[in-house]
Structure formats: C-alpha cells, structure tokens
Design a protein around this ligand. Structure first.
Ligand code: SF4
Ligand code: SF4
Length: 275
C-alpha cells in the first residue's frame, strides 16, 4: 500500500472528524487491521488478480491489450432500447443495486442533452439531438481529478488509462466525488446488498461506506471480452484503443464529428459522442 500506517491513520482521523468516514474506514482503524489488510487480496484482486500487479498470476494470453482505452457512443445508433440493454447488462453483471432517490448508485445511466453537455446548450440544435437520452458513465479521464484527490490511492489509474477503484482502501471520505465534475461516482450510504434483485455470483458486492463507479469492465478485458455495455448496445457503443490509429474507434472519430463532456476543464475525458 502506498500510504504508510501513520499517514493513513491521520487521514482517516481527518475524515472521521469531518463526519465523512464510512464503516470501512472505522473497521480499518482496529489495531493491526491495516497491516493485515495490506497482505490480504482485495475483492478486486480476487476477481481479476493479474490486473492489479499480482505477480503470482500469469495474465490471460487472450486478454485485450490497449495502450489507451476509450469509448465512443454513436448517438445515431443509440435507440432507447439499446441504451436500456447496455445499462441492464452493466447493472446485473456488476451487482449495481437499485436504490431509489438520492442514494442511487450509478455506473452508467441516461440523461438529456442539456444535463450531459450543459455548456453547449443551443436552442436551435437538431431536435433529434436535443430530445435524445445520452448514455453517460465515468469518462476515464486522461487527467482525472478523482485520482489526484484520493488520499488513500483507492482511486488509481492503470497504464491503459482505466480509472479503477479498490474498495478495500476506500475510507469513504468522498473527496473523489467532490473532484469528479461529471457526477460519475456514487457513495454507498447503506449496505447495497438488500437492493440487488438478483446477485451475479462472480462479481464482488460492495459495503456501506465506499464509493463506486464504472470500471470499463476490466474483468472482461482481462479475458479478451468487450465491456458488457458495448456488447449489449448493438454497435452503438464502440470500445477501443484511442492510441491505435487503425482501431474502429479511431476510424469513426476521423469520419464523424464528435463531442466530449466538459472538455474545457482539462480532464481530457475518453468517452466520445458521435452526434
Ligand atoms: S469521469 Fe469523474 S470519476 Fe471518471 S475519471 Fe473522470 S473525474 Fe474520475
Ligand atoms: S475513493 Fe473516494 S471516498 Fe474512497 S478514499 Fe478515495 S477519495 Fe475517499
């Protein structure tokens, strides 16, 4: 772990003093528990160990290799039914709970144009675009503020650009939520498990007091498969290597005009919308 025990306790203490600490943070404050936590594999290491630098595990030779992963959403192809299929696939396979109201947990969802692109609202825009529901998710930014502000490195960025969450390190301070300008992160105000209609047994569930978000399905990339949303979207969501000029994603970006969310903030989001 990149944070030593004394520093961690100080950070956790600040978090608790601010009234922001979740149960996960308090549990880790028990004597010896942090040292034990450092040795224990996290739930994510158990699901896709080779993705987290566990040298005991040989990576699957079939895994998808990308220098810089990104997502392209083709709004001409994204019908409401396809968007729904993508959302349902993601939610089911990641055990995303269905909690009504403000405590909602969101990995991928739809919102109208003015909410997704507030700074480019144009009342004369094509009504097809204005009235469309845009899929939105974590943008896996090249310059992610959520990573910079996370005091425990629970939020980190992999070499291939995917911004990940290690729930075991998350102390629930929610700095990352304040840092993300896209509302892409959700906090577990309560135990999410009773709100999972049908649990998918191969993916970990979360606990009260941690933040979560879309991970570009790294567990799928690790075994050579595309993210669930991309697979379920009927070609409307193209996942690919942004650094590969020959990828389908790059070819589409060359041919069609694309926009990104709040690019003026300098976060360099890697989710592109073809409009
Ligand atoms: S969209 Fe938000 S959560 Fe995702 S990488 Fe960017 S800043 Fe972080
Ligand atoms: S992931 Fe977010 S809530 Fe968890 S420790 Fe990092 S900044 Fe705090």
């Amino acid at each position: 772990m990149g944070v030593d025990r004394r520093k961690f306790l100080k950070l956790a203490g600040v978090s608790a003093a601010l009234g922001l600490g979740g149960t996960a943070g308090f549990q880790l404050l028990k004597p010896g528990s942090l040292d034990a936590a450092e040795r224990m594999p996290t739930p994510y290491q158990m699901v896709f160990p080779s993705e987290q630098g566990n040298s005991d595990v040989t990576p699957n030779p079939e895994r998808l290799k990308g220098r810089r992963w990104g997502m392209l959403i083709d709004m001409r192809k994204l019908t409401p039914a396809k968007a729904q299929a993508a959302i349902e696939a993601c939610n089911y396979y990641h055990n995303v709970p269905k909690i009504p109201g403000k405590q909602e947990i969101k990995w991928i969802w739809t919102a109208p144009y003015p909410n997704v692109f507030p700074e480019t609202e144009n009342r004369w825009a094509d009504p097809d675009i204005k009235n469309a529901q845009f899929i939105t998710m974590c943008n896996h930014c090249n310059n992610p503020p959520c990573v910079r502000v996370c005091p425990t490195k629970a939020t980190f960025q992999r070499e291939d650009g995917v911004v990940m969450m290690d729930m075991h390190r998350c102390i629930g301070c929610r700095f990352c939520m304040a840092g993300c300008p896209y509302g892409s992160r959700s906090f577990n105000f309560r135990d999410p498990r009773p709100f999972i209609k049908k649990e998918y047994p191969l993916y970990p569930t979360r606990t009260k007091g941690v933040v979560e978000k879309c991970t570009f399905c790294t567990e799928r990339l690790a075994v050579g498969k595309l993210p669930y949303c991309s697979e379920a979207s009927g070609g409307a969501m193209v996942f690919g290597d942004v650094d590969d000029a020959g990828s389908e994603l790059r070819q589409l970006l060359r041919k069609r005009y694309s926009i990104r969310r709040k690019p003026n903030l300098g976060t360099d989001p890697q989710v592109y919308y073809l409009v």
